[in-house]
Design a protein around this ligand. Structure first.
Ligand code: SF4
Length: 349
C-alpha cells in the first residue's frame, strides 16, 4: 500500500504534512469535519488524512467528510464525487477507520433555480454573489447545528498559492499557527489547512501517487479538470476571488466567465453538456439586459429589482427544454413546484 509513498520525490514534504495532521488530530479535542468538493485540493487532503489515520494508534475520534451538492453541480463531477464517497466509506470500514461521509444540500427554497427562476434573483456576478452562502456555506452550518456540534474543527484543502486574494484572507484570519485560521463569523469553529504551503504540483503528486483510498480516483479528477484553478468554497473565510475562477462549481455559474468548464468538457467529448452550456450563456447575457428586470427593487427603493415574471417563465421553459435535450436531471419536481409558489406570490403584487 505504501509503495507509492516511497517513490515520491518529495517524500520528506509528505512526511512533514502527515506528521502535521497526526499532531493536530491527537492534540485537538474538537470533532473534525472535512470539506470535500471532489476537486484536486480536497481530494489531496482526504488522501493524506486517510493515510495518517492508518497510522494512528490508540483512541481515534470520528472524522466526518462532507460534500455539498448544490443541485446544480456539473453532473459528471457530482457523480464522480458521490461514487468516491461511497467507496471511501467502504474502504474506511475495511481498515477500521473512524471515517463517515455526509452529502449536504440546500433546502429547496434556497436552491439556485428557485432563487433565479422563482424569486427573480439575477444570475450571480462578482459584485452580487448571493449564491455561495446559500448553496455551499449555510448547508454546512445547518449540518453542524443538527449534529449539535457546538464547536468543531473544519479541515480544508486551502492553499496560499491559489491567489493573492486567498493569501490576504488567510492573513486576516491567521492565528499563531500558520496552518490554523479563525473562521470569520463563527467563533466556535477553527480551520485547519494542512496543505496550506502546497503548490499545484505538490497537490497532484499527492493525488496521483498516494494509492489509498482507491475510490478517490485522481486520474479521473485530472481528466475532468485538467487545468482546474480553484474550487468554490464551503466556509465563509475563503470568500473572495476563488468562486470567480472556480472550475469545480455549479454548471450554472455566471461568476466564472463564459462557462469554461463546460466548454472544456464538451471539447473532450461530453456533448450531452451542450444544452447546459447554451443555457448558462443565455443566463449570462439575459442578466445584463435591463428590460428583464423590475424597474425598482422589491421594497420600492430605486434601482433594478428582480427579473420580471415574463423572463422567469421563459427561463423555466428553456431549462426544461435543456433537460429534455441533454437527458440529464437539471431541476427537480420539488423545485418546479416551489417556483410556481413564488410566481403566484409575485403575481398578486
Ligand atoms: S460556483 Fe458560482 S454559482 Fe456556484 S456557489 Fe460558487 S459562485 Fe455561486
Amino acid at each position: 500500500m505504501l509503495q507509492c509513498l516511497r517513490r515520491l520525490p518529495n517524500s520528506l514534504q509528505l512526511g512533514v504534512t502527515m506528521a502535521r495532521i497526526m499532531g493536530a488530530y491527537k492534540r485537538d479535542r474538537e470533532p473534525w469535519i472535512v470539506g470535500y468538493s471532489g476537486g484536486k485540493d480536497s481530494t489531496a487532503v482526504v488522501k493524506l488524512l486517510f493515510q495518517t489515520l492508518l497510522r494512528v494508534r490508540g483512541d481515534r475520534k470520528p472524522v466526518t467528510i462532507i460534500y455539498c451538492d448544490t443541485g446544480v453541480e456539473i453532473p459528471l463531477a457530482s457523480s464522480l464525487a458521490r461514487r468516491a464517497l461511497r467507496g471511501l466509506e467502504r474502504e474506511a470500514k475495511v481498515f477500521d477507520l473512524p471515517i463517515r461521509t455526509r452529502i449536504l444540500s440546500p433546502p429547496v427554497y434556497e436552491r439556485f433555480f428557485v432563487k433565479v427562476i422563482g424569486r427573480g434573483y439575477p444570475p450571480p456576478t462578482d459584485k452580487f454573489r448571493w449564491c455561495t452562502d446559500r448553496l455551499r456555506i449555510d448547508p454546512v452550518s445547518r449540518f453542524l447545528e443538527a449534529e449539535q456540534m457546538e464547536s468543531a474543527t473544519v479541515v480544508l484543502g486551502v492553499r496560499e498559492s491559489e491567489s493573492a486574494t486567498r493569501q490576504l484572507t488567510l492573513i486576516q484570519n491567521r492565528t499563531d499557527d500558520r496552518f490554523w485560521n479563525k473562521q470569520r463569523g463563527a467563533l466556535n469553529r477553527r480551520l485547519f489547512m494542512p496543505i496550506l504551503d502546497y503548490s499545484i504540483q505538490d497537490v497532484w503528486q499527492v493525488n496521483l501517487l498516494i494509492d489509498r483510498p482507491r475510490s478517490l480516483r485522481a486520474k479521473e479528477v485530472a481528466n475532468l479538470y485538467a487545468d482546474a484553478a480553484a474550487e468554490c468554497p464551503t466556509v465563509r473565510d475563503i470568500k473572495g476571488a476563488p468562486c470567480g475562477k472556480a472550475r469545480f462549481g455549479c454548471w450554472t455559474c455566471t461568476v466564472a466567465k463564459h462557462g469554461v468548464t463546460l466548454r472544456n468538457l464538451i471539447s473532450h467529448g461530453e456533448h450531452r453538456l451542450e444544452p447546459l452550456l447554451r443555457y448558462r450563456l443565455w443566463l449570462e447575457k439575459e442578466r445584463n439586459d435591463p428590460r428583464n428586470r423590475w424597474p425598482t427593487r422589491r421594497n420600492g427603493a430605486p434601482g433594478f429589482g428582480p427579473m420580471t415574471l415574463e423572463w422567469r417563465r421563459v427561463a423555466l421553459h428553456k431549462l426544461l427544454k435543456s433537460q429534455e435535450q441533454s437527458g440529464l436531471n437539471l431541476i427537480s419536481a420539488e423545485e418546479v413546484s416551489e417556483i410556481h409558489k413564488e410566481w403566484k406570490a409575485d403575481d398578486k403584487k
